[in-house]
Design a protein around this ligand. Structure first.
Ligand SMILES: Nc1ncnc2c1ncn2[C@@H]1O[C@H](COP(=O)(O)OP(=O)(O)OP(=O)(O)O)[C@@H](O)[C@H]1O
Length: 235
């Protein structure tokens, strides 16, 4: 098993509700793996389950061939998985610089280099370094959320719907940035915007009603109108 992350028959509950029934997929090292599916299919819950925020009730989750499904979220994060949640998780009262600093796990050369790189990628963050996070535009908040995860020495980034609520032109910008980031780290992306996902994704898994039901290369999916209509509602 050479995949970076592997989920095998994972189930998870939220309170009394069985939300994930059978999630199985692999994320190879490098590139972008995309989780697709309709609203409420279980994509966000899958990412939360990987992070231990919503622990798995059954099945196995391995990261670099080690079982992580029974570990606490901060331990999982320290193993090298960064998480950009759907609500971005930035501090509205802290400046851009402070938001990045509090996210840093180390202040070493590697962290400094990654920070410099990500500030080149998102020049707005440099420009608004002293501005409170709460006063940024939607796109800038998304860039800040991604930068906070990227500055740490992670081998895998989980990014939940980065296009959500953003204007098309800003979506393009965020997409270009993730495309550049994929040269440096492995990305597991949840995305409803199929156009965006298909441009940057290498392989995909479709989740429906808490189960992984189909997977393949993104190039193939673009040609499969029947599948897109049936599970993604795209015609
Ligand atoms: N706190 C909660 N309590 C009860 N049910 C929940 C809770 N959070 C999510 N769910 C349910 O779990 C299911 C999966 O939700 P999830 O957010 O993982 O879906 P998703 O595929 O990410 O969709 P979306 O893009 O709409 O967020 C949905 O039916 C949702 O209603």
């Amino acid at each position: 098993m050479n995949s970076l992350l592997n989920l095998n028959q994972v189930a998870a509950n939220i309170g009394q509700y069985h939300i994930l029934h059978d999630i199985s997929f692999e994320v190879p090292s490098g590139g972008v793996t995309v989780l697709l599916g309709r609203n409420g299919a279980g994509k966000t819950t899958t990412l939360r389950t990987i992070m231990g925020l919503n622990p798995a009730s059954k099945g196995s989750i391995t990261f670099k061939n080690e079982e992580i499904s029974r570990l606490k979220p901060h331990i999982i994060a320290n193993r090298g998985i960064g998480y950009v949640p759907e609500d971005q998780g930035i501090f509205g009262d802290l400046t851009v610089g402070e938001n990045i600093r509090v996210a840093m796990k180390k202040e070493d050369e590697g962290t400094t280099k990654r920070m410099e790189w990500v500030l080149e990628l998102f020049p707005d963050l440099k420009k608004f370094w002293k501005k409170p996070g709460g006063q940024l535009s939607g796109g800038q908040k998304q860039m800040l959320a991604i930068a906070r995860a990227y500055v740490n020495e992670n081998e895998l980034l989980l990014i939940d719907e980065p296009s959500k609520g953003l204007a098309p032109i800003i979506v393009e910008k965020v997409m270009d940035s993730i495309n550049q980031m994929k040269e440096k780290t492995t990305i597991l992306l949840v995305e409803q915007n199929f156009m965006m996902a298909s441009k940057i994704g290498d392989q995909f898994y479709i989740i429906d009603d808490g189960q992984t039901i189909h997977n393949g290369q993104m190039e193939e999916l673009k040609e499969d109108k029947v599948l897109m209509k049936k599970y993604l509602g795209i015609s």
